[in-house]
Design a binder for this molecule. Structure first.
Ligand code: SF4
Length: 247
């Protein structure tokens, strides 16, 4: 099939461009991947409701994606999305959330939505820090990583978010990085069509805070680091792939 030009996606799916994300941020790649997955699945934008919380990644859909969007309070996107789904079960409900928003203040909502297996697709963008508020340590910051609140290196073990939601009972669980764009689009396509709780962790670059503090030259170097340090076999630092795919 012939690849559609970027102008096609801009006209059909984006409400406002350019974005206000920092240069090289992974959020633009994720917005683009989401639009392509929606196009490939053929789900109507009129039927999509996106909920997002607080943080840089919560600005991916709001205001940029052309659909109904609830930009909610910190950590509460899944709770708002649950309410919307109960009121109108025909909605295709998607959540854009960050590692801080989803795994810290919103952690309780995350595990219970997975436990209840409520039909929704959660896209959790993990850039290892709290980006919007200044690069503080987050629940997914790697051990020894430098952040603005761990200048001597992080001492706390990070959450493995995919293991967490898989153990809680999710129907679909996958992890990819902003290097794995084709795999990410495919995973979003699957998640959009599942009848249970779907969770995709997207490892993404925050060159402004995480990158600068951890000696990455620029965003491109971070994406190459994702490429070189991830594997579906589990023999590198980042395990990527599809971990749960139940009918
Ligand atoms: S602070 Fe980081 S996550 Fe936020 S827009 Fe800038 S690069 Fe992206």
């Amino acid at each position: 099939m012939k690849e559609k030009p970027q102008s096609y996606y801009i006209k059909k799916y984006f409400r406002a461009l350019p974005t206000t994300f920092c240069q090289g941020c992974g959020n633009g790649i994720i917005l683009n991947a989401f639009a392509r997955a929606v196009e490939n699945v053929g789900v109507s934008q009129k039927n999509i409701l996106i909920a997002s919380g607080i943080g840089c990644s919560s600005w991916i859909p709001s205001p940029y994606f052309k659909s109904d969007i609830l930009h909610t309070t910190h950590g509460r996107a899944i709770a708002f999305a649950t309410g919307a789904k109960i009121v109108n079960p025909s909605l295709k409900v998607v959540i854009f959330t960050g590692n801080g928003d989803c795994a810290a203040i919103g952690g309780n909502h995350l595990i219970h939505a997975a436990r209840r297996n409520i039909e929704m697709l959660v896209l959790c963008i993990n850039n290892f820090v709290y980006g919007m508020t200044g690069g503080q340590q987050a629940p997914t910051t790697p051990v020894r990583a430098l952040t603005t609140t761990t200048p001597q290196g992080n001492l706390e073990r990070p959450f493995d978010l995919c293991k967490l939601v898989a153990a809680a009972g999710a129907t679909y669980v996958a992890r990819w990085t902003t290097y794995h764009v084709r795999q990410l689009i495919k995973a979003i396509e699957i998640g959009l069509q599942k009848k249970g709780f779907s969770f995709i962790e997207i490892i993404s670059q925050c060159p402004t805070y995480y990158g600068r503090m951890n000696n990455f030259k620029d965003a491109a170097e971070m994406v190459m680091w994702f490429k070189e340090n991830s594997s579906v076999k589990g023999d590198r630092k980042i395990l990527v792939g599809e971990f749960v795919n139940l009918p």
